[in-house]
Every structure is written in structure tokens, then in C-alpha cells.
Design a binder for this molecule. Structure first.
Ligand SMILES: Nc1ncnc2c1ncn2[C@@H]1O[C@H](COP(=O)(O)OP(=O)(O)OP(=O)(O)O)[C@@H](O)[C@H]1O
Ligand SMILES: [Mg+2]
Length: 477
């Protein structure tokens, strides 16, 4: 799944403040919705999935305090940040008692808002993780779902090693939950209040990896106009997660090995030796033994990292967990998409259990998300599952242009033209269904269609579908 963009709602009657805040938060990577007063704000909350609200206190119609209270009645976990003018501090305190996450006073500092927003979202995420892990108590611990032997073994390992400084090495196919387990190790250790820093070794260009990991001093290379700490330093006291460790360039491996063995290193261009206290967790979907055999991974580093090996089973090796996972994801996407799918029909579940899931849990999650979107009935049916899961080629479902094919083909256009027409019909159908099901929310529809929001807007234009063509108000941003 794509990294999820959080939706922030800004409620303020001052257009300027709305503009400044929206611009800043959009730049920070949030999707922003706005409202001019509390009444509009409440309407937006009903229409959209909102992760965080920033609201002014004094507004016409419904004021910030009422908005706060009503919003929390609907969703007690929703972080609400209040903006207050000087002199209304008493009200701010009252707001905190009523359950606001925090408040800022006008004129506010950009960085302060930024920090509060990210803290609020982080807190909510952690609470969310606990909430899914604990309440049902059904085969979920450490936020990891499963009751199969493989997962029981994983729980046992996590229990034993989570709160130790030992290096762990997580292996498993793509989408088996390596990152989830890395985070669980951190969250269940006494380091949990310290940073969890992730480095994706595959995503960093070879020549930058050393300065990313260890930092650099001013003047270390062209462009190093200031000095900067690396990820090791940032993770001090916490956990450093080296994802896709198999991709780390061989020249870097020696330096990494030394940093691990001695717990010390120097910044690039630096002479001072820096010591850190970091718990290391590494992950890979590559077979490191093979990489060692062909000379692209150092054996000594392998042994240093592989102190506690954690191997995550592929989903097809634990098909017994599929119904639990399906239930978990149904709940998750019901909530997110405001739907009420209660479960899966036997036939659909049989298909889900039989499918080999090359993309493992991530693929299952994506399939359920899509199925929930398209499901019009109480329970997921086989027909809600994508054709590749059901083993039917997608095109088999495309309605044929006309009953009498030979006549149609002979008349004009021929094969190419007819395929084109059928494809664009299919495209139109999928796009409008996605929009329908998300109540016209372009952001959510785009996420489900796995295209960018911009891409969807262009597509809608091309297909002549108007934004906000449903009976709901268009999104603002
Ligand atoms: N046992 C589980 N219970 C619930 N959710 C899970 C479980 N395992 C994985 N997931 C979910 O599946 C998705 C993929 O997991 P994750 O990103 O941890 O996989 P990964 O092994 O790191 O994949 P990749 O190798 O592609 O990076 C995530 O959304 C994660 O929350
Ligand atoms: Mg991963």
C-alpha cells in the first residue's frame, strides 16, 4: 500500500489563516480540507475521513468549543488542536479538559504547529495500533495478527527479545510484515519513548549511504555547507531499522560492521569519534546466504547481524490465519471507507484461502480494501474480488460492444476500435464506482484506484466526470 497521506481539517473564519496553514500542511505532505465555521467543519467531519482537526475557538454559527465536543462524541480518539487568541487562555484550558489534544496561541509559530500536528498524529497511530491489537483479543498480539504455529513462534521470540539490546535480523518475502515486526520490537522495549529510525538501504543512492548513516561535517564534500548528524546519531537511545540490508553496498559493509562492533564511528569528514547506544534491527527479503556466496555480502557482517534471526512465514504457509486477517482488514476499511461489510461469503473466503498470495499480507490488505470499496451487499461475495484472485482474466468481464459481433466489426473501426471503446467503458465504470463509493471524495477514490489524486482529476476530466458531481459538496484545498 502507498504510504498513507493523513487528512487534516482546518476550521477558521479568517481566510488568511486558513490559507497559510493549508499551504504549510500541504507542503508537509498532508491532505488538507478547510471549513469557514464550526457548522461547515462538522459537515466536513461527516463527509470525510479526517485524521486531525485544527480549529479556531471564536467563530460564527458553531464555535470551536462546540465543534470539539461534538467531534469527540462521534470519534473520541480524534486529535483536535485549538487556535486561541491571547486572553482566551481560560477557554483553552477548558478545551483541554474537554479532550482537545493541545492548543496554540495566535500569532503562532509555524514549527510549533508542525510539531504538535505530527505528535498528535503519532499518538493517535500508537493508540490505533493498540486498539486493533487488544480489544478482540482474537489472535492478535504486538499488533500482529495470527494464530498459526509460525506466528505463535514469532510471539515467543518477540516476548523473549523485544526488551533486550540484541540485534535482530528479520527475513521474509515481500509483504510478510517485516517492518511491522521491527516496529513491534521497538514498541515493546524500554526504548519505546526514544526514536525509531528507519533507513531503507535500497532507496539511498550508493554514494550517499555513508553520510546518511553516519552524518557529515561541514566541508566534507561539495555541498556540505553545514554539518549534519546521521541516522545512527538520530537513533541514539532508540532503535535503528536497516530495511533491505541486502542492498547495502559492499564498500559500506566494513564501516557498518565496525560501527556495530564498537558502537562508535566518525561522521564523514569528521575526526571526532561518536559513541551511540542504538538497538539495531535489520530486514531483507533476499537470501543473504546466496549473496555471501556470490561475494556481494560480507559473511562477518552477516553473523554480526544475525544474532536473533526472525523468519516470517509466507502467507501461503499459514493459510489458517487468512480468515482472521480478512476480518481485521474488513474492520479497518469499513471504518476508513465508512462501510458496513460484515464478513465474507463462504465462496469468497474459499477463494481467498486458496490463492497463493505472492505479495503476502500487503497484497491481501490491498485486495480487501478494493473489495470493500466495490461491495454493495452485507457480505463480500466472490464477485467483489478482483479477477486475478478468482483466476478470471479481467477482459472476460468487459461487455461486448454489440450482440452481433461480426456486423459490428465489419461496420467500422474493427478490432482495435472496439477494444478501445470497451476499455474506456470499463475505465469509466471503475472510476465512477470508486467515486460513488467514497461519496465523491477524490483523495479516497484515487487511493483505491491506486493512482495519484492529480491523475484521477485528469482522468475525470477526460471521461467528462465532474468533480463533486455527486450530491456532496466538492472537496476544498
Ligand atoms: N501479521 C499481521 N497482522 C496484521 N497486519 C499485518 C501482518 N503482517 C503484515 N501486516 C500488514 O501488511 C502490510 C505489509 O507489512 P510490512 O510493510 O511490514 O511488510 P514487509 O515485509 O516489510 O514488506 P516489504 O518486504 O515489501 O517491505 C502492512 O500494512 C502491515 O501492517
Ligand atoms: Mg518493508
Amino acid at each position: 500500500m502507498l504510504p498513507e497521506r493523513k487528512q487534516v481539517l482546518i476550521v477558521d473564519d479568517e481566510p488568511n489563516l486558513r490559507k497559510i496553514l493549508s499551504a504549510q500542511l500541504s507542503r508537509d505532505g498532508y491532505d488538507v480540507l478547510t471549513a469557514e465555521d464550526g457548522e461547515q467543519g462538522l459537515a466536513q467531519l461527516k463527509e470525510h475521513h479526517i485524521d486531525l482537526v485544527i480549529t479556531d475557538l471564536k467563530m460564527p454559527k458553531v464555535d470551536g468549543m462546540t465543534l470539539l465536543k461534538r467531534a469527540l462524541e462521534e470519534e473520541p480518539d480524534l486529535p483536535v488542536i485549538l487556535i486561541t487568541a491571547h486572553g482566551t487562555i481560560d477557554t483553552a484550558v477548558e478545551a483541554l479538559k474537554a479532550g482537545a489534544f493541545d492548543f496554540v496561541t495566535k500569532p503562532f509559530d509555524k514549527d510549533e504547529v508542525r510539531q504538535i500536528v505530527s505528535k498528535a498524529l503519532k499518538t493517535r497511530e500508537l493508540r490505533g495500533a493498540d486498539a486493533t491489537a487488544t480489544p478482540s483479543g482474537k489472535g492478535a498480539r504486538f499488533g500482529i495478527i495470527g494464530t498459526s504455529a509460525g506466528i505463535a513462534e514469532l510471539y515467543a521470540i518477540l516476548e523473549r527479545v523485544a526488551d533486550t539490546p540484541t540485534t535482530a535480523m528479520i527475513t521474509g518475502e515481500s509483504g510478510t510484515g517485516k517492518e511491522l515486526v521491527a516496529r513491534a520490537l521497538h514498541e515493546h522495549s524500554s526504548r519505546k519513548d526514544k526514536p525509531f529510525i528507519k533507513v531503507n538501504c535500497a532507496a539511498i543512492p550508493k554514494e550517499l549511504i555513508e553520510s546518511e548513516l553516519f552524518g557529515y561535517e561541514r566541508g566534507a564534500f561539495t555541498g556540505a555547507v553545514t554539518s549534519k548528524p546521521g541516522r545512527f546519531e538520530l537513533a541514539n537511545g532508540g532503535t535503528l531499522f536497516l530495511d533491505e540490508i541486502g542492498e547495502i553496498p559492499i564498500e559500506m559493509q566494513v564501516k557498518l560492521l565496525r560501527a556495530l562492533q564498537e558502537s562508535e564511528f566518525e561522521r564523514v569528514g569528521g575526526i571526532k569519534t561518536i559513541r551511540v547506544d542504538v538497538r539495531l534491527v535489520a530486514a531483507t527479503n533476499r537470501d543473504l546466504k546466496k549473496l555471501i556466496a556470490n561475494g556481494s555480502f560480507r559473511e562477518d557482517l552477516y553473523y554480526r547481524l544475525n544474532v536473533v534471526p526472525i523468519r516470517l512465514p509466507a502467507l501461503r504457509e499459514r493459510t489458517g490465519d487468512i480468515p482472521l486477517l480478512v476480518e481485521h482488514f474488513l474492520q479497518k476499511f469499513n471504518e476508513r471507507l465508512r462501510k458496513k461489510v460484515e464478513g465474507a461469503e463462504t465462496e469468497a473466503m474459499e477463494i481467498l484461502v486458496a490463492y497463493p498470495w505472492p505479495g503476502n499480507i500487503r497484497e491481501l490488505e490491498n485486495v480487501i480494501e478494493r473489495a470493500v470499496l466495490f461491495c454493495d451487499t452485507q457480505r463480500l461475495g466472490a464477485g467483489d474480488l478482483p479477477p486475478e484472485i478468482r483466476g478470471i482474466p479481467a477482459m472476460a468481464n468487459v461487455p461486448l460492444p454489440e450482440a452481433d459481433l461480426s456486423a459490428a466489426l465489419a461496420s467500422e473501426g474493427g478490432l482495435k476500435e472496439h477494444v478501445k471503446v470497451a476499455m474506456s467503458r470499463l475505465e469509466r465504470e471503475l472510476v465512477s464506482r470508486a467515486l460513488q463509493q467514497t461519496g465523491g471524495n477524490v483523495t479516497h477514490a484515487a487511493r483505491l484506484l491506486k493512482i495519484s489524486r492529480k491523475g484521477l482529476q485528469l482522468k475525470m476530466k477526460e471521461l467528462g466526470l465532474r468533480e463533486g458531481a455527486t450530491d456532496r459538496p466538492p472537496e476544498r484545498d
